[in-house]
Design a protein around this ligand. Structure first.
Ligand SMILES: *[C@@H]1O[C@H](CO)[C@@H](O)[C@H](O)[C@H]1NC(C)=O
Ligand SMILES: *[C@@H]1O[C@H](CO)[C@@H](O)[C@H](O)[C@H]1NC(C)=O
Ligand SMILES: *[C@@H]1O[C@H](CO)[C@@H](O)[C@H](O)[C@H]1NC(C)=O
Ligand SMILES: *[C@@H]1O[C@H](CO)[C@@H](O)[C@H](O)[C@H]1NC(C)=O
Ligand SMILES: *[C@@H]1O[C@H](CO)[C@@H](O)[C@H](O)[C@H]1NC(C)=O
Ligand SMILES: *[C@@H]1O[C@H](CO)[C@@H](O)[C@H](O)[C@H]1NC(C)=O
Ligand SMILES: *[C@@H]1O[C@H](CO)[C@@H](O)[C@H](O)[C@H]1NC(C)=O
Ligand SMILES: *[C@@H]1O[C@H](CO)[C@@H](O)[C@H](O)[C@H]1NC(C)=O
Ligand SMILES: *[C@@H]1O[C@H](CO)[C@@H](O)[C@H](O)[C@H]1NC(C)=O
Ligand SMILES: *[C@@H]1O[C@H](CO)[C@@H](O)[C@H](O)[C@H]1NC(C)=O
Length: 593
């Protein structure tokens, strides 16, 4: 290795600090073009699990709906009707995709979406202080530091303001608070609405008055903590800007354009499609509770059919809602390395889900709960899947219901993706006619652990994996100062993995899928040092004569039967597959990124 070469590789290793494992994304977003059939076995398995679960007595008073959608259509759903229905309120007694639940805090995503639309329309900036749209807050009557609280702080649970103003007060639930050791209290100055007054809806002035007594939980933008008030205030912001009531805004901006005909912020006129949980004696049925000024934080009624429409809309628009906003990105940290808040998403990222890879699976979710109603939506950007789970009845069954559809199903989806990637992308490639004089070959393979990877790349008689990427990896794994030096030749096992950029060489025609090749470690070594888990993504590391050295472009033929050509721009070569593809794409349609 020449000196210049050695310096270059060392520089690359330093800039890449390449202790990174399987990249995200590892495959193009699947479109599940054959609908449910690709995942049929997985859905049958889910059905069996739910069929068994519902036999338990704890399901006798509980109805639920679970639905899985791709970016284009509902793939599968399961609906269960409680054996004991509410005798006082006859509905149709047959839970279906059109049955209506309350979705509680999932409403926050609708409020935030309406705010994003205002930003896109130039009606506000997420970075404006909230005082600008709720002028009453700009007053020394308040202890809360409103001028430092922006719409973005509110939407991302970073305002540091309290969680509630008229809910969750023990004072309302214990006849005798001294029985749990609390001193007697007079209740003076407490609100006269919501749980303080037989669920009478609170209004704007109740909210603004009570907030005068509130103190910060954290300084603004210091640390996230869940707050319903954040979204109640965003609702008032929307009302100020549009001069319309909140319910009307959500109808105009979301329900009507998306044709969510079963969705509303007021109780549906009849109980016919209502899921009405049996509540313990003396407790109100939340179906009937008007949330008033708290509607923007938890008021929506909807069906799983409508929710499917909404999830599909989000899966296809999350990065095109307002300039500078990717709606799936985390904006503040939760506790521990796996949980984050988005605006207002609850994001969970886990390395424990895939059996053969350390690639994290990320769930962009929102959960919601009111007495008797428990709901959760999950968006999986990388798999192109959305899941909704609505429960009316016993909240204790929730974990049992959500585990299969968020773990077993994703593992099955992962398997289907790699089967498909295998048939669509892999094989041995040799030069096209223009480059026939070169001794150049490329072999692409897939495996659940290594993803889509280069098994071999000979360019003009030279083994590139050893000459280039091998050098990078030995620099990164043996001599990087952050890690224990390793004897020569004993670097950790690595492979050259492809990651789709989701861009096309020709965006007009959606053709020429652009990938980048990354040298990645195959396995986390035993007794790995603490910094092992640190991976700041760095994909665009090195160029040759001005072209990205790790770029590969996949060109699928226009016609059926035309096969795949791989172009390596920096290597000035195009290669065609020997023997054609093995099967047809079931999951990943060419050009569908
Ligand atoms: C279902 O409701 C009935 C009637 O209110 C009650 O007796 C029973 O204990 C409930 N079952 C469960 C599992 O909660
Ligand atoms: C808040 O009030 C102060 C003084 O009353 C005024 O100068 C300022 O412009 C107000 N800020 C907003 C955002 O309305
Ligand atoms: C709405 O906000 C504007 C400032 O952006 C303010 O002048 C106006 O008073 C607000 N309207 C209400 C009803 O609060
Ligand atoms: C809001 O509710 C309070 C009592 O909770 C009442 O005194 C007040 O008049 C109401 N305000 C409006 C604008 O309806
Ligand atoms: C932006 O504000 C204008 C004026 O109030 C309103 O007509 C328009 O509908 C708003 N845009 C959105 C997306 O609501
Ligand atoms: C809107 O939804 C209703 C109810 O699901 C359906 O009957 C109708 O065809 C839909 N309209 C459009 C334009 O999709
Ligand atoms: C191939 O390699 C030879 C040296 O072995 C070199 O002279 C030639 O320029 C290379 N050609 C291409 C097209 O890379
Ligand atoms: C092509 O290059 C490979 C790797 O250097 C070598 O093993 C093989 O013999 C070469 N083939 C020809 C026809 O030159
Ligand atoms: C992109 O594809 C379109 C449609 O096939 C074609 O007309 C156009 O020439 C292509 N652009 C380039 C830069 O090749
Ligand atoms: C790329 O290869 C082709 C075919 O061998 C050759 O005609 C062309 O000059 C090469 N381009 C560059 C920039 O070297």
């Amino acid at each position: 290795m020449g000196l210049k070469q050695a310096i270059c590789l060392a520089a690359l290793a330093t800039s890449a600090t390449s202790r990174c494992y399987a990249p995200n994304p590892a495959f193009p977003v699947p479109s599940w073009p054959n609908g449910a059939s690709t995942l049929r076995t997985a859905f049958q398995d889910l059905e069996k699990q739910y069929d068994t679960a519902i036999k338990a007595p704890k399901f006798e008073n509980t109805s639920f709906s679970v639905e899985v959608t791709s970016k284009t259509s509902t793939l599968w759903s399961y609906h269960h009707t409680a054996a004991n229905l509410n005798p006082a309120r006859p509905g149709d007694g047959n839970v279906s995709p059109d049955s209506i639940y309350r979705i509680a805090s999932i409403t926050k995503t609708f409020t935030t979406l309406a705010i994003l639309y205002q930003q896109a329309a130039g009606n506000l900036s997420l970075d404006d202080p909230v005082t600008y749209y709720i002028p009453e807050l700009n007053s020394s009557d308040y202890t809360l530091p409103w001028k430092d609280i922006t719409l973005r702080s509110l939407a991302s649970q970073l305002s540091g303001i309290p969680r509630e103003f008229a809910q969750s007060d023990i004072w309302n639930f214990f006849q005798d608070p001294t029985s749990i050791g609390l001193p007697p209290a007079t209740g003076e100055g407490l609100p006269t609405c919501d749980e303080y007054n037989y669920y009478k809806p609170c209004n704007r002035s109740d909210l603004l008055t009570q907030l005068k007594k509130s103190k910060p939980v954290f300084a603004p933008n210091q640390k996230s903590t869940y707050s319903n008030l954040n979204f109640e205030l965003l609702g008032l912001v929307l009302e100020n800007i549009t001069k319309l009531p909140y319910a009307q805004i959500i109808h105009n901006l979301i329900f009507t354009p998306l044709n969510m005909t079963s969705s509303s912020l007021t109780k549906p006129a009849s109980d016919v499609r209502a899921v009405l949980p049996l509540m313990p004696a003396g407790e109100p049925n939340y179906w009937d509770v008007n949330e008033g000024v708290q509607n923007p934080t938890g008021g929506i009624y909807t069906s799983s059919r409508d929710m499917g429409i909404y999830l599909r809309y989000i899966l296809t628009h999350y990065n095109a809602l307002a300039t500078g906003v990717n709606w799936f990105h985390p904006v503040s940290k939760g506790t521990g390395p796996h949980s984050f808040y988005g605006m207002p998403w609850e994001i969970f990222s886990t390395e424990e889900l895939l059996p053969e890879s350390r690639r994290p699976v990320t769930f962009v979710t929102k959960s919601g709960g009111l007495p008797g109603y428990y709901s959760h939506i999950y968006l999986l950007e990388e798999y192109g899947l959305g899941i909704s789970l609505f429960v009316g009845g016993n909240g204790a069954v929730f974990d049992e219901l959500h585990t299969p559809v968020t773990t077993d199903l994703i593992r099955a989806a992962e398997e289907a993706v790699w089967e498909d990637m295998q048939s669509v992308y892999t094989g041995r490639f040799i030069p096209t006619e223009d480059y026939a004089h070169l001794n150049t070959t490329l072999t692409l393979a897939t495996s659940p652990a290594k993803g889509l990877h280069l098994e071999q790349f000979i360019s003009n008689s030279t083994d590139v994996l050893a000459a280039l990427f091998g050098g990078i990896m030995s620099a990164a794994t043996s001599s990087h100062p952050r890690h224990h030096p390793k004897p020569k030749g004993q670097g950790d096992p690595w492979h050259a993995q492809l990651t789709p950029t989701l861009l096309h060489a020709n965006e007009t025609a959606s053709s020429g899928e652009i990938y980048r090749v990354l040298p990645v470690l195959t396995q986390k070594p035993a007794n790995a040092p603490v910094w092992e888990d640190d991976c700041v993504t760095d994909v665009d590391t090195m160029s040759y004569a001005g072209k990205a050295v790790n770029e590969m472009v996949f060109w699928f033929g226009e016609d059926e039967g035309d096969d795949l050509v791989v172009e390596l721009p920096a290597w000035n070569v195009s290669l065609r597959r020997v023997g054609g593809r093995e099967g047809r794409a079931m999951v990943v349609q060419k050009g569908d990124l």
